[in-house]
Design a protein around this ligand. Structure first.
Ligand code: HAM
Length: 415
């Protein structure tokens, strides 16, 4: 084969793409109900936006970005996530000047140069939301509920919500020292990644899957929270309980991005190889200021759509027929075939999905096409019928056939 798609990317072909459309339409409808509005930002942004936003010491910035220099000598990066761009747009367009909260959502491709494995791609897609302008923990809880509702409504089971508080930068700095005194003596026991990460980001070390056995008795960040952080976390739990959102507290949960403060959460489920996190998010009260805006708080989430669709498949969730053609038209004879163009266009204008043959095939082959499309009706027009202004309509489920006047065809099909 001459060309192949780049590693870590996918073609979404008809037959599979309808699942994506289904998932996306659920996301949009949930956002409508929660009053989040869509934002579309560029696929690439200034590299510095992600350095500042996502954080210099994160895996994303250190080794996963698709960065290039354009012909104007600018360093640009394909967005590895959606929050930095949304916040940049919030600042640049001065959305913070509006009286109401800014509640945004997006659905689109993100890019990370990651090692390939089940559920990990280099171009992947996220459904994300960002709510900017309020510190109320009720908003954190609603964002968590929004993601949970999404998974419920697409039909997934076994999705667990884990929440934590990662405090403020000051809380984390104090906790970091405490944690280092616990971790450093164990350094030699830890995996390679953790050994190299231990000073740069000891909180991430605690979240390592392979090293959990060494972390018994590790200090918990929840014991280090200050008054404000504790109150926020308590309030978050209360609001989640009020909404009946099941959740567990995971004091070792940290996220792979640097901007989080207070609330951090993840959605987890079994069924995608070694990966169990299917979505996550949290509060980022310093990010807007960090990238040059006013001191405005924010909270959001990002849900991986590949992982959602993979789970739908592994759980065998039936989505029903996602692509429907209502009627297949067959023309027998030259005059009838010419007339078909007009008839089929008329049906389509009436909202009916209609298909026909364009390859001069015999009636039998055309009927097979109709079967493959699982149409509800076929409509067969011969030259004689055309002269009488009629067409034969066959109900494919019952096999019943009847002659209907051409001008009544759309009404018959629409029922
Ligand atoms: P994240 O945890 O980096 O957060 O990504 C969110 C989700 O995107 C992951 O849970 C996963 O489902 C999906 N994802 C990430 N990388 C890949 C990959 N290489 N292949 C397939 N799926 C992947 C963020 O991106 C934050 N911006 C979320 C957020 C929004 N926080 C606040 N607002």
């Amino acid at each position: 084969m001459a060309f192949q798609k780049p590693p870590g990317t996918q073609d979404f072909l008809p037959g599979a793409v309808e699942k994506w459309q289904f998932v996306e339409s659920k996301a949009r409808d949930i956002c409508r109900r929660f009053n989040f509005r869509e934002i579309r930002t560029p696929i690439f942004e200034a590299t510095d936006l992600f350095r500042r936003g996502v954080g210099e010491t994160t895996d994303i910035v250190e080794k996963e970005m698709y960065t290039f220099t354009d012909r104007g000598d600018r360093s640009l990066t394909l967005r590895p996530e959606g929050t930095a761009g949304a916040v940049r747009a919030f600042v640049e367009n001065k959305l913070y000047g509006e009286p109401d909260l800014t509640k945004l959502y997006y659905i689109g491709p993100m890019f990370r140069y990651e090692r390939q494995q089940a559920g990990r791609y280099r171009q992947f897609h996220q459904f994300g939301v960002e709510a900017l302008g309020a510190v109320d923990a009720a908003l954190d809880a609603e964002v968590i509920a929004l993601g949970y509702t999404f998974y419920q409504e697409v039909g997934l089971t076994g999705v667990n919500v884990e929440v934590n508080s990662v405090g403020t930068p000051a809380v984390r700095a104090a906790f970091r020292e405490q944690l280092l005194s616990f971790l450093l003596p164990k350094r030699e026991l830890l995996c390679k990644d953790c050994q190299s990460r231990i000073e740069r980001n000891p909180l991430r070390v605690l979240d390592c899957k392979t090293d959990q056995k060494h972390f018994e008795g590790a200090p918990s960040i929840l014991d280090s929270l200050d008054e404000e952080c504790r109150t926020h976390f308590e309030s978050l739990k209360l609001h989640l309980t009020n909404m009946n959102i099941p959740f567990s507290i995971n004091p070792r949960l940290v996220r792979g991005l640097d901007y989080y403060t207070h609330t951090a959460f993840e959605y987890k489920a079994e069924g995608i190889g070694a990966i169990d996190t299917i979505g996550g998010g949290g509060r980022y009260n310093g990010l807007v200021a960090e990238i040059g805006g006013p001191d405005q708080p924010g909270i959001g989430l990002g849900l991986g759509l590949e992982r959602t669709v993979m789970l739908l498949e592994s759980q065998g969730v039936e989505l029903g027929s996602l692509h429907n053609v209502d009627v297949y038209l067959v023309g027998l004879g030259d005059a009838a075939e010419r007339e078909l163009t007009k008839i089929i266009y008329g049906l389509r204008m009436r909202g009916i999905a209609a298909e026909r043959d364009y390859q001069g095939r015999k009636m039998k082959a055309q009927m097979k096409s109709a079967d493959r499309l699982q149409v509800r009706y076929t409509a067969i027009l011969g030259d004689d019928e055309l002269e009488r202004g009629e067409i034969t309509l066959k109900d494919m489920a019952t096999g019943e056939q009847k002659l209907v006047p051409l001008e009544k065809l759309a009404d018959e099909i629409a029922g």
